[in-house]
Design a binder for this molecule. Sequence first.
Ligand SMILES: C[S@@+](CC[C@H](N)C(=O)[O-])C[C@H]1O[C@@H](n2cnc3c(N)ncnc32)[C@H](O)[C@@H]1O
Length: 396
Amino acid sequence: MGRHNNSNAQSSMNSNQYHGTKTRFQDPDEEDGVESSNLEGSIEVVDRVTEDVTMGGDPDVSFVDCDDGDDKTSADYYFDSYSHFGIHEEMLKDVVRTQTYQNVIYKNKFLFQNKVVLDVGAGTGILSLFCAKAGAAHVYAVECSQMADMAKQIVETNGFSDVITVLKGKIEEIELPVEKVDIIISEWMGYFLLFENMLNTVLYARDKWLVNDGVVLPDKASLYLTAIEDAEYKDDKIEFWNNVYGFDMNCIKKQAMMEPLVDTVDPNQIVTNCHLLKTMDISKMTAGDASFTAPFKLVANRDDYIHALVAYFDVSFTKCHKLMGFSTGPKSRATHWKQTVLYLDDVLTICEGEAITGSMTVAPNKKNPRDVDIMIKYSLNGLRCVISKVQHYKMR
Ligand SMILES: C[S@@+](CC[C@H](N)C(=O)[O-])C[C@H]1O[C@@H](n2cnc3c(N)ncnc32)[C@H](O)[C@@H]1O
């Protein structure tokens, strides 16, 4: 079944790729009282700029000096991707993500009123603005990239300078003007939940500044595993290297197999149950808890072939009046995190009721802790297929 849209850290979310509806959590779009007029406003401005540039016949127009004082090269942006507005645009336009945070904050004002909040990795300052609007006494918005300068301007333009203080720097290096905060809010999740390893930064902030009975938002994150039929796309992405215009490029196939693919999965491809691998309690866990081995059992719900295992996560905010959160699973509305596809070396011929059993080991890479090393041990002792294998993957 064809489905995928290739992805890398800066790719845009394809809004046509929404599959199914949320099962565990409410769709943020269905929440009432949510304002969405800000985006419409910005579209108007973009149209006007385009008009100015394309209308004139003056040859000078095509050489308009676009120097706005920003002398960065693309290499600077590569090494500091969060400094560029594009990645923030993608995150802000991920309505599942952003509206869930907005709903959590606006519908649970009792959590925020007269409280001191720390926004870990504030980006454009969107979460800080939500918190300020919900009645926080003060919000400290900490952002290490150049986007901190924009966040300062945004806070000022929107009239929140007296409530929000933007601090430019790394959480691990800055000094907060207060000793303790009541709430830590952060959107730290990476692909496969743990890619980028920003969770450690949140845990660092929690241990240093959060009051004893303080609240971490979100406070639960769970990783799931399922198995899919994916013949067509495995052919296109993996078997492709067997014969490239008549040449054997198998050596690249080995690398392609080792790199999990971030992509959207059609729920019709799912052949087994979804297994909960690990739940992390962000308010209690230690950094070491992000390295783990978890067993799994995936039982086939039909006769089919299995080409890949698929991982996804959900996050929840259990301190809300009513449980809130979102899932990045294939049956939920698509997010920019999509799902993480791990191809298997062999095709598993599985019959209904048979189970793939095994374990997944996850740990930050020793050399580059922002990368994630994954090991999967699996076996199937079926009627038509008997296999036992270990495979290694690296998210980078
Ligand atoms: C996933 S983005 C979320 C941005 C914003 N909170 C939002 O929801 O749109 C994470 C942000 O955290 C920042 N960040 C990552 N590690 C950080 C650290 N150690 N100290 C401060 N900021 C950090 C990144 O630069 C990035 O802007």
